[in-house]
Design a protein around this ligand. Sequence first.
Ligand code: BGC
Length: 759
Amino acid sequence: MKQYLHHDEWLIIEKGLEPENNKISESVFSLGNGKFGQRANFEEKYSGPTLLGNYMAGVYYPDKTRVGWWKNGYPEYFAKVLNAANWVGINVNINGEELDLHQAKVSDFQRILNMKEGYLNRSFKAEMANGNQISVDTTRFNSIADDEVAAIEYKIKVENFSGQLDLTPYIDFDVENEDSNYDEKFWVEVQKEVESGVGYVVAKTKKTDFYVCSGMSIVLLKNGQPVDFEATSNERDKYIENVITLAVEAGDEITLYKYVSNVSSFYHEKEGIINDGKKGVQRALNTGFAKMLEAQKAAWAKKWEESDITIEGDVSAQQGIRFNIFQLNQTYTGEDERLNIGPKGFTGEKYGGSTYWDTEAYCLPFYLSTADQKVARQLLVYRHNHLPRAIENAEKLGFSDGAALYPMVTMNGEECHNEWEITFEEIHRNGAIAYAIFDYVQYTADADYLSEYGFEVLLGIARFWAQRVSYSTARKQYVILGVTGPNEYENNVNNNWYTNLMASWCLEYAEEAAKYVKTNAPEKYAQLVTQTNFDADKEIAKWTDIRTNMYYPRSEELNIFLQQDNYLDKEQILVKDLDPKHLPLVKNWSWDRILRSIYIKQADTLQGMYFFEERFDDETIRRHFEFYEPRTVHESSLSPCVHSILAAKLGMEDKAYEMYVRTARLDLDDYNSDADEGCHITSMAGTWMSVVKGFGGMRIKNDTLSLEPFLPKQWQSYSFKIRFRGALLKVNVTKDGTNISNESSESITLMLHGEAVTV
Ligand code: BGC
């Protein structure tokens, strides 16, 4: 854990340049606009610890899977979130000496992320070995109003010398992925153009053949006046630069504007993509920095209008929640059904893929409540589009007859994860995809989604479970063998309670959906029956038999469900009794030791109780919480939010708050010592849930919105906004009670602490 960032309601502030924090800050201060994003790498050279990262939505590389022992069914490749062109770079050279922020004497360093208005600012003073001093103030943003362009304002003040200042803005596609199996570079140059003031590089990815054009146009001011300059243009493979040489003296202020566009063949024809890049750069240039920034502020104001959460009386909690909402809004806008929410978004390359079960289990509720219904629908349609691949994926593993196993990790529907205990065994992911359909239909009442897309997906998933269970003649029950539950600190277990519960719930929901479609869209149903060879009577009878005879591991003595068979055989030393120096376990223990321990990486049994809370009374949930929470190390970012929500439900307010802080400030305070690799974007939606579902107690009960808010004692008040079926509600919780206002023209009746109120 590291706490070097300053607290502020709207800003993230770093003061002082500490090399050991730089990679963490590069993640935290990342910018994105749904189409492209990048880590907060410096414009200038920095030879200290850094991870260069620029990412284009949907652009990936299928790196050949590297495993010692090949197993049938392994995917051919592991997708890489691809590091694309470095377009932020501006080298600075003073009287022949290059500015390297790791070598120069840097003072007054400050990095600020303005979350309210969506830009990054950095300022510092630097003294070179030759004694020359400059002050720099730079601001940049990725436009969300025009999402293929970005702009940098780079201001240098000459402090104490006269002589020559060279500024070299560049575009560099000659980059690597830190995470690459064979140290291969993934880009090949297609075309480049450079002349004084402008330059473009078009590169394509090997294998996947994505084309990307990144280009720049430069404008220069000296002491506020435009300067006509003649830059020297240089180029090499996948790289162009402009060297701008200026004669300067003490007191001069130089401002360089770098207008950039990043366009990809995801949205443009490959042939002639350079022209689309040029158009983007031209648009930015015509608009100019000040107007672009105004549009950026206005666009962010609109986003905050819809999704802000305010907290009074606790600046660190306020900053935490806004940081989470800011990053979510930077990552996914819901405009493109081919895109999804990667665990690291645009903040790092780890996790190599865009889509995990995180989207359905954690992110969907955020988008359901804070954006137009079509955004959440888009996320579901994404999986519907991948259904044929999920069926192929299951076939590769030996399943048949339309059984679908969605991949653990994917970019385009194909599995691209290659650890056997996850690829083949972490099959609970299939349940989350079904659950998201349920969640969406329950929240929006758009049950027609089932006829249009949902049922087909549910059918494929139900068929998978029906084939994946085994009938144990010894138990006379169905069991599910050889799985990994959400708790990845256990592999290849039998009867993971969560997985068994999910499987049987999926069978039940698929049956319900079949009945709905048959009654409400008979023609569509008939068409689906033919298309999928659905033998309703036979298949549903089988599903019913399985779900009513499913085995769930239990301890009668403790009166709880066990996470999996034999969980109690393990040595029961609680997390509180562990020497803290062992934590995080993943960094300090061998995998063997982790697997044999009781420690739970992330909510597992409790994840099931969170999803299906109405099936368990509070006392049952409490018993399970009291048993499992002391054994959970929360080394997955997805864990604390679920514990926070359950603790809130059980009235364990302090625990709920403790877990909230952990999820809200996970990256800001680097709880798990891994923020350097990128932020935990998908768990950020969990933070939002901790407030709205946890402290706000939001649920849908009997088709009605229900709220049971309480105010954590550390706060004066808090408020959040939710969209619910046409209504836009602002819920403000204070010491005096809860105030709900309706900012739409639709009136709504909801339950507040069990009483019906109409707003
Ligand atoms: C978690 C998974 C999650 C993945 C991506 C892993 O550490 O255990 O549940 O899907 O990260 O966020």
